[in-house]
Design a protein around this ligand. Structure first.
Ligand code: PAF
Length: 281
């Protein structure tokens, strides 16, 4: 694996690969890599000639400084995992390499409704920061395909919108959410859970399965109430949202109809850790 810290060196290398007609797959990450990331690298490998992974903990997407300070950094383990997975390139830039003119956005991205609901409502500014960094990374790497995980469903919608706004010539390929045997979705934040919190955290997945099983039998508000009970009884101390919405627009639904693409999404705190997960119904 070649590690590049500087944009100019990475671009020189990629330009010669592109001249040879090789396709580039890109997996952006903030490190603290887990099996979910590795499954995206594998997906990228089976769809590209060269795979670039980036590790950059983007300061502009954290609306809560405490969350940024506590974000796990495991760079040595990350490099070993990427090497073991035969990743071609790791891009490991500094903040000044990514934001040479400063971190302030000159003009906000016009993301519309998808920026203001669910994650957007609870983490103001988060999706502007995500758009800013992914826009910059796409300008640098110019990949044919961008690989993103379904766990961050709303993030995928936001990035798709940004790609359209900025006319990037990159296609998004979505990887399935990788789960532990218990159903808990792989996440870098799981590193911050104690063993008993990890056990309780399974309730998010169980809640999504409960919604899936009962979506045609109960009303949406009944499901939301019952799931809130399941989560509280399992030790979740605070719930940001239990949403059952249109999977194309994220607009709320009054009733379930099998002809409307529908998704359930949950965000809730176990101890100090905020977890998210979703299931397409
Ligand atoms: O999902 C993430 O890890 C981040 O939001 C991303 C896409 C790497 C941008 O910083």
């Amino acid at each position: 694996m070649i590690v590049f810290k500087q944009i100019a060196h990475l671009q020189k290398h990629l330009q010669s690969a592109k001249k040879d007609g090789r396709s580039i797959g890109f997996v952006p990450t903030m490190g603290a890599l887990h099996q979910g990331h590795l499954s995206l690298i594998k997906l990228a490998q089976s769809n590209s000639d060269i795979v670039v992974c980036s590790i950059f903990v983007n300061p502009t997407q954290f609306n809560d400084n405490k969350d940024f300070d506590k974000y796990p950094i495991t760079i040595e383990e990350d490099i070993l995992l990427l090497e073991r997975q035969n990743t071609d390139i790791l891009f490991l830039p500094s903040v000044s390499e990514i934001y040479p003119q400063g971190k302030k956005l000159s003009k906000p991205y016009e993301l519309g409704l998808i920026e203001t609901v669910l994650e957007g409502a609870f983490r103001p500014g988060h999706f502007q920061g995500v758009s800013q960094v992914v826009d910059r990374l796409l300008q640098i790497v110019m990949p044919d395909n961008l690989f993103l995980g379904q766990k961050d469903y709303q993030q995928i919608m936001v990035i798709q919108k940004m790609i359209e706004l900025k006319k990037h010539r990159t296609k998004i390929i979505i990887g399935n959410t990788l789960r532990e045997n218990t159903g808990l979705a792989n996440s870098s934040r799981n590193l911050r859970l104690t063993e008993s919190e990890k056990e309780s955290a399974i309730a998010i997945y169980q809640s999504l399965c409960f919604i899936q099983e009962n979506i045609a039998k109960k009303s949406i508000s009944e499901l939301q109430q019952e799931v809130a009970e399941i989560l509280h009884n399992s030790g979740f101390r605070h719930i940001d949202y239990i949403a059952i919405v249109n999977a194309k627009t994220l607009a709320p639904l009054n009733n379930y109809s099998p002809s409307v693409p529908t998704i359930a999404l949950i965000a809730a705190f176990i101890g100090e850790v905020r977890l998210i997960d979703n299931m397409i119904l």
